[in-house]
Design a protein. Structure first.
Length: 131
């Protein structure tokens, strides 16, 4: 629900930035142990990072999955990457922009993981404990 609210709150901004959001948020993903306000702010911060890293538009793929063995939930936000003519994207180019998200997630025993992908895309994974 918090994830959907994040996208509702900035849907106009995503539309203006020509970013299409595609979600796969299964109903069976368990609740996480997190402060809802802090989580909302952290996710907003990550989404702003996506918008900044796709100045020419693109796609944002959002998926959630549970890892019951490790009692974790993973929320992955993978962008479509930049077109070859605009040059490769680096996840770290604007990683300082994510300091707020990192700090808030850390306070909730969570973590933000950035991973550059071969196709120029960036995978941003939010990891949180199952409640």
């Amino acid at each position: 629900e918090i994830v959907n609210n994040c996208f509702k709150g900035i849907s106009k901004q995503l539309e203006t930035a020509k970013i299409q959001v595609m979600t796969d948020l299964p109903a069976g993903v368990p609740n996480v142990s997190a402060d809802s306000v802090w989580l909302q702010i952290a996710l907003d911060n990550v989404i702003q990072h996506v918008i900044k890293s796709l100045p020419d538009g693109g796609r944002l793929y959002v998926t959630a999955r549970a890892d019951d063995a490790h009692q974790m939930v993973y929320l992955e936000m993978r962008d479509s990457g930049k077109a070859p003519e605009t040059g490769p994207q680096s996840c770290e180019d604007s990683a300082d922009d994510l300091e707020l998200a990192r700090n808030l997630l850390s306070r909730m025993s969570g973590k933000l993981i950035l991973a550059p992908l071969i196709d120029g895309a960036c995978d941003r994974t939010v990891r949180l404990r199952i409640a």
